[in-house]
Design a protein around this ligand. Structure first.
Ligand code: F3S
Length: 420
């Protein structure tokens, strides 16, 4: 990769070891992906859950990090400042209600330490997988370095911003350096449609939009789907569509003519690309997806989980309206996840209180999947889990072998109230 004078100085270690390690890693990344140069970015979205996780992004790698290594690293990175707006993906626990989540003090202390250091580095520890609805909203044409399997797809598809699906590590390096290798989704020629998805059935709720995303990810795999016969989505529907594409797939961007900023028409969406394949999403295709997540709870349901990706304020308002005056069944947990900023508003507006009065929990940060993958905490029982998100259902079933039933949000809440 060609480097400018400033980048050469960083590579020579003149700006410190952390930045030197970061640029070495980004050069390797760029070389592997065929990039010839770096481009400046305006925002990054990364992870900063605990210091031991963050430290893994920096050498020495491949060995067990000692406490001393992590302390030393924490001091070194505290002296750095991110160069662009930087938000973070969900961490492990709700920083305010960690005990209710079953986390222990060791985990809590580790998260709080990461938060202190992220503050010193200028990282906004927002801990949300939907930064694009509030804390970090890039505009058309902005180059970014975002991790998170659904967020990168949303900003490419619905905002016209440009990012590859970066890893937590590369997005952190980019945040510290303000640059990313110029390849993939940063280039015009890679932002055109490859496959057509013809939608021939009704989408009745956000979960159905998730089913369309899941189908698309499974069929298209690596490619850019263009949709036809699809109504304009609401923001919540667009969130579910993009979030679910990448449970089974690796889609960097999708295009809905007349909705996606880079696809005023179907013709423009494809550009000079030759259509690879057409897929039909009809009632039978939709049913098949639900059948795969159709464990019908006959007995007690342990957990009803809503909020993958994190719920918007509007969704929380609707959940509160349904729950008002009702009560969640005794042995069933109803967990609803959102960001800290949205929860603060939900508290002010009274939605949070209604949810808590009903026995539900409005947590900020985390999600079942991240929580249980990363935290050796005391878990609530989750043999039988109901959720309105195929992405969460897919991940939880794979990680914890739970019986999963995926259905729309209203039905999920009915099940939480009925307990079965
Ligand atoms: Fe967010 Fe966890 Fe789903 S990070 S997108 S709630 S798997």
């Amino acid at each position: 990769m060609r480097l400018n004078e400033e980048q050469k100085k960083i590579l020579d270690g003149k700006e410190g070891g952390i930045l030197q390690d970061a640029i070495i890693s980004l050069i390797k990344y760029g070389n592997a992906m065929g990039a010839e140069e770096f481009i400046p970015i305006s925002s990054a979205h990364t992870a900063f859950s605990t210091m031991d996780v963050v430290a893994l992004a920096f050498p020495p790698r491949g060995k067990e990090l000692t406490k001393e290594d992590i302390n030393e690293f924490s001091e070194a990175i505290s002296d750095c400042q991110v160069r662009v707006k930087t938000t973070t993906n969900p961490g492990i626990i709700d920083r305010e209600r960690w005990q209710e989540m079953g986390a222990n003090e060791v985990i809590h202390n580790s998260v709080m330490r990461a938060m202190e250091i992220s503050k010193r580095c200028g990282i906004m520890m927002t801990c949300s997988c939907t930064p694009y609805i509030g804390d970090n909203i890039p505009l058309m044409g902005e180059h970014c370095a975002w991790a998170e399997s659904s967020a990168h797809l949303y900003i490419n598809s619905f905002l016209g911003a440009r990012t590859n699906r970066d890893s937590y590590e590369t997005s952190l390096y980019s945040a510290l350096l303000g640059i990313t290798p110029n390849f993939g989704m940063h280039l015009d020629e890679n932002r055109k449609g490859t496959d057509l998805v013809d939608v021939q059935c009704e989408l009745n709720n956000t979960t159905d939009w998730g089913a369309l995303g899941y189908f698309t990810g499974e069929k298209v795999g690596l490619g850019i789907p263009v949709f036809t016969n699809l109504n304009k989505p609401t923001m919540e529907e667009a969130v579910q569509l993009t979030a679910n594409c990448n449970s089974p797939g690796g889609i960097p961007m999708l295009l809905i003519p007349g909705v996606s900023p880079e696809a005023p028409t179907g013709e423009v969406a494809f550009g000079k690309n030759i259509l690879r394949k057409t897929y039909i999403f009809d009632e039978a295709a939709k049913r098949k997806i639900y059948e795969d997540f159709s464990y019908e709870p006959e007995g007690k349901v342990d957990m009803v989980f809503l909020g993958c990706p994190h719920k918007t304020l509007y969704e929380i308002k609707k959940i509160a309206q349904i729950l008002k005056g009702k009560h969640v069944a005794n042995d069933t947990s109803l967990w609803i996840m959102t960001s800290y900023s949205i929860r603060a508003l939900a508290k002010q507006l009274g939605y949070a209180q209604i949810i808590e009065d009903s026995g539900g929990k409005l947590f900020a940060d985390g999600c079942l999947l991240l929580y249980y993958v990363n935290a050796p905490a005391k878990r609530p029982k989750m043999d039988h889990v109901v959720t309105d998100s195929l992405k969460q259902g897919f991940g939880v079933r794979r990680s914890f072998h739970s019986n999963i039933f995926v259905t729309d949000t209203e039905r999920c809440i009915e099940i939480a109230i009925g307990g079965a």
